[in-house]
Design a protein around this ligand. Sequence first.
Ligand SMILES: O=P(O)(O)OC[C@H]1O[C@@H](n2cnc3c(O)ncnc32)[C@H](O)[C@@H]1O
Ligand SMILES: O=P(O)(O)OP(=O)(O)O
Ligand SMILES: [Mg+2]
Length: 179
Amino acid sequence: MSNKHKISVMISEDKLQEKIAEIGAKISADYEGKEIKLICILKGSIFFCCELAKRITVPVKIDFMQTSSYGSGTTSSGNIVIKKELDESIEGEHVIVVEDIIDSGNTLFRLMPMLEERNPADICICTLLDKPDRREVDIDVKYNGFNIPDEFVVGYGLDYDQMYRNLPFIGVVHLDDEN
Ligand SMILES: O=P(O)(O)OC[C@H]1O[C@@H](n2cnc3c(O)ncnc32)[C@H](O)[C@@H]1O
Ligand SMILES: O=P(O)(O)OP(=O)(O)O
Ligand SMILES: [Mg+2]
């Protein structure tokens, strides 16, 4: 069965793999001699976080958190709801928050202070995609895969109304062509 929407490739699977390997190598070098904890922000970050973890050579723990801002639309509601808490404490840990995409920045703007209050040894942000033109608040991003233009993208974990997460590439969904 074909997709309901027309989707054009923005970032190919090969380019994603190459970039994730690069970020993994950078993280491995930056955290040499340390153990890190990746916090995977569900659901969108799952593919990126899994692939990234495989490319990191220092010891890695993974925990999951789920926030929601978009629901079924294509713009952030501004209301960040925590739908799933971490299973374990992050006190004293070297934490990397792994996001699929930073858009307005509101999710991380609210989430990061909450995590910092839990006294990690250090904490930073790693995102696969960034839409800098859409930013509404200042966010300090340590690792960023790709800056992309202001287009609604799907694939590699990212959804439109829960669809298209399974596409192996990042694509632009053409909602105007909906029938
Ligand atoms: O809080 P912000 O930074 O506005 O949003 C983060 C959150 O929103 C989802 N999202 C943002 N842009 C897109 C997009 O182009 N396609 C799919 N999903 C998007 C995503 O879950 C981000 O983690
Ligand atoms: O689009 P959101 O932010 O509601 O979350 P998810 O990463 O689950 O798509
Ligand atoms: Mg979503």
